[in-house]
Ligand binder design. Structure first.
Ligand SMILES: [Zn+2]
Length: 315
């Protein structure tokens, strides 16, 4: 058994042909825990939006099939009937949420949770093969559209969310009322970031995960942006703003870095052939990729989540 080394049950060799890591049990458990928390972040959700938009926009929802009572929480009352017969005006994103605007004024809100994904098919569902049966076991919601598209939401862990928001400005709805700026909007920059971080004592990495500070960032891209900006994840958030709440130099740098890592990640999702690699995320013990830096990537825990950074060039 490849996991056994010299009788030490705690060593497991995870090297395939290319890997050379040897992880002990604690590390393995920690990694698994982190993997399970690997929620889709802005780039993943944006990639889904770009795939859904051409399939959905302009079509009418003819049928909504709910295979269970809910996902993370129950579907709202009259969920299907508020959607059926309605035309889809637009397919947007806010933070990590997908927003499907309907001609009734309602908005279908969807969140991928940890494991949610969409399949875009056409025409009636095929007869089930054994393999398809396993795959479709977690197909919880099926939307049939007037253009022949069948959109299936699959979510093995069922942490996804689907809801219908009534008419009225988005900002008046629960989660969106407190949500921070969209980092890819032109209006987002050092000034907006400084305003959000001014006076905050919390560590910078922890602040970046807070959706009220910036929308859409999660564990991966927060670490990546900090590395790109050369800022320590442990730094106190308020140091990126002057006492007057204007951006300190690091604040401008970080806003630029956030935009850059998100844009590059979206591009990678759209052209997976050019698989890029993370600068620090999941690279503990490996050499830093900052040109001229001889540091080694470290992993620490902040607010229960892994942070990866280079202590040599991130200050
Ligand atoms: Zn470095």
């Amino acid at each position: 058994m490849p996991g056994f080394r010299g009788g030490r049950l705690h060593q497991i060799d995870v090297s395939g042909t290319a890997g050379r890591l040897s992880l002990d049990m604690d590390e393995r458990i920690r990694r698994r825990r982190d993997m399970m928390r690997l929620m889709p972040e802005l780039p993943e959700v944006e990639a889904v939006r770009r795939r859904l938009e051409p399939a959905m926009r302009g079509a009418r929802i003819t049928r909504v099939l709910l295979r269970r009572k809910g996902l993370r929480r129950p579907f709202p009352r009259a969920f299907a009937s508020r959607l059926e017969g309605r035309r889809i005006r637009s397919v947007d994103r806010r933070g990590k949420y997908l927003l499907i605007a309907l001609d009734s004024g309602d908005t279908l809100l969807m969140h991928l949770g940890m494991s949610g994904s969409f399949r875009i098919g056409r025409g009636a569902t095929r007869r089930k093969s054994a393999a398809a049966g396993t795959r479709t076991r977690h197909d919880h919601v099926v939307f049939t559209l007037s253009n022949g598209v069948v959109l299936t939401f699959n979510d093995p862990r069922r942490f996804g969310v689907m809801d219908v928001l009534g008419d009225g400005p988005l900002a008046s709805h629960g989660v969106f009322a407190a949500m921070g700026p969209e980092p890819l909007e032109p209006s987002f920059g050092g000034a907006a970031l400084a305003r959000a971080l001014a006076g905050k004592r919390v560590a910078l990495k922890v602040a970046l995960l807070d959706q009220r500070i910036v929308a859409g960032l999660g564990n991966i891209y927060a670490s990546e942006a900090l590395h790109r900006a050369g800022l320590s994840p442990l730094r106190r958030s308020s140091t990126l703003a002057t006492t007057a709440g204007r951006p300190a130099p690091g604040g401008v740098r970080l806003a630029v870095a956030i935009k850059a890592v998100l844009r590059e990640a979206i591009a990678r999702k759209e052209h997976p052939g050019r698989a890029g690699r993370f600068r620090v995320y999941d690279r503990e013990g490996e050499p830093c990729r900052t040109p001229g830096c001889r540091g080694t990537v470290r992993r620490i825990s902040q607010a229960g989540r892994s942070t990866f950074y280079c202590p040599a060039c991130q200050r």
